[in-house]
Design a binder for this molecule. Structure first.
Ligand SMILES: Nc1ncnc2c1ncn2[C@@H]1O[C@H](COP(=O)(O)OP(=O)(O)OP(=O)(O)O)[C@@H](O)[C@H]1O
Length: 277
C-alpha cells in the first residue's frame, strides 16, 4: 500500500486563518518590452487544487514561474505562505515540476537516483541518505506506480513515465505545495491515471496543488477551482467552466474541465496516507 507523505504542517491543514499558500497582487510580467501578464491578482488557499487554463501563449507557465520567483515581476507582488517572495526561505515546502523537462538530462541516471535528487533541497549539508530519506524515495516511487522501475535508467522510460519520475522527485522532498506545469502533456493514458491518483492522495493530505493544464483529462473530477488566462489577465476565476458554443465542438482550442458525473476518484483504491506528527 502506498504511503506517500507530504510535510503539510498541522496548523496549515486545520487553521481557518492560515495564510494562503500563494498570494499574487496586481502582478505584471514582461519579456523584453512585451507585457505578457498585467493586473493579475489571486489567492490560492492552502489545500486547494487550482487549475490554470488558457490557450497557447496566454501566460500560464509565466504565471507559475512568477509565483516561484523564476521570472521577475515588473510590478505587483507575490507571497508564498504569507511571506513575500524575496524573504521566503522554506523552499523545502515547494515542489515544482516544470514543463517539458527531460528527466535525467544527458546523465545515465537510474529512476531511483533522479527521485533521490529531489531531497537535496531538504539537506543542510551533504550526507549519506538516512533510512527515512530512502523510505521517502520508495514512497514517492510507489505513489507514481514506478517502484518496479527504480533500478532502470530513466532513458528506458516513456515520456509519460519520465514525467512521473519528475513528480516523484518533487514528492521525495515531502513538500506541501506543488506547482505542476502541464503534467499531462504528452503523457500516456496509464501515466495520466497514475498522476491523477497521486494528486488525489496529495489533496487528501491537505497539500496545495497548482496545475497548468491543457487537457484536464483524469484530473477533471479533482479540480474545484480554475482560472482562465487570456489577453494577459484572468478572465475566469471560479468553478471549472463548462463548454458552450464553439468550445463544445471537438478539437476546440481552449480546453476546459468538463463535468464528470462518474468521478474517476471514486474508482481509486483506498490509500493509507500517514500524516507527519
Ligand atoms: N523567456 C521568454 N522570453 C520571451 N518571451 C517569452 C518567454 N517565455 C514565454 N514567452 C512568451 O510569453 C507568452 C506567454 O508564454 P507562456 O509560456 O507563459 O504561455 P503558456 O500559456 O504557458 O503557453 P503554452 O500553453 O503554449 O505552454 C508567449 O507569447 C511566449 O512566447
Amino acid at each position: 500500500m502506498s504511503t506517500v507523505t507530504t510535510g503539510v504542517p498541522a496548523q496549515d491543514r486545520t487553521s481557518a486563518g492560515a495564510a494562503p499558500a500563494v498570494r499574487v497582487a496586481d502582478a505584471a510580467v514582461a519579456y523584453d518590452s512585451t507585457t505578457v501578464l498585467s493586473g493579475v491578482s489571486l489567492e490560492v488557499p492552502a489545500g486547494e487544487i487550482l487549475a490554470v487554463l488558457g490557450s497557447n501563449g496566454s501566460g500560464k507557465s509565466t504565471l507559475v514561474r512568477a509565483m516561484l520567483g523564476l521570472v521577475p515581476l515588473s510590478s505587483g507582488s507575490v507571497e508564498l505562505h504569507g511571506t513575500p517572495l524575496r524573504r521566503f526561505r522554506e523552499w523545502g515546502r515547494i515542489g515544482y515540476v516544470p514543463q517539458r523537462l527531460s528527466a535525467g538530462g544527458g546523465v545515465p541516471a537510474t529512476v531511483r537516483e533522479v527521485v533521490a535528487s529531489g531531497q537535496v533541497v531538504r539537506r543542510r549539508r551533504l550526507h549519506r541518505a538516512t533510512a527515512a530519506e530512502r523510505a521517502a524515495v520508495g514512497e514517492a516511487l510507489e505513489a507514481v506506480d514506478l517502484a518496479d522501475r527504480a533500478r532502470d535508467s530513466v532513458h528506458e522510460l516513456s515520456g509519460g513515465q519520465q514525467q512521473r519520475v519528475l513528480i516523484a522527485r518533487a514528492l521525495a522532498a515531502r513538500p506541501d505545495t506543488f506547482f505542476l506545469d502541464e503534467p499531462m502533456a504528452g503523457v500516456d493514458a496509464a501515466s495520466q491515471r497514475a498522476l491523477a491518483r497521486t494528486v488525489t492522495r496529495l489533496s487528501a493530505q491537505g497539500a496545495t496543488v497548482v496545475l497548468v493544464l491543457h487537457e484536464p483529462g483524469p484530473l477533471e473530477p479533482l479540480i474545484g477551482r480554475s482560472i482562465v488566462l487570456s489577453g494577459g489577465g484572468i478572465v475566469h476565476d471560479g468553478a471549472p467552466p463548462r463548454p458552450e458554443g464553439d468550445c463544445a465542438r471537438p478539437g476546440h482550442e481552449h480546453v476546459h474541465p468538463h463535468a464528470d458525473p462518474d468521478p474517476a476518484s471514486a474508482a481509486l483504491p483506498d490509500i493509507e496516507v500517514p500524516r507527519r506528527g
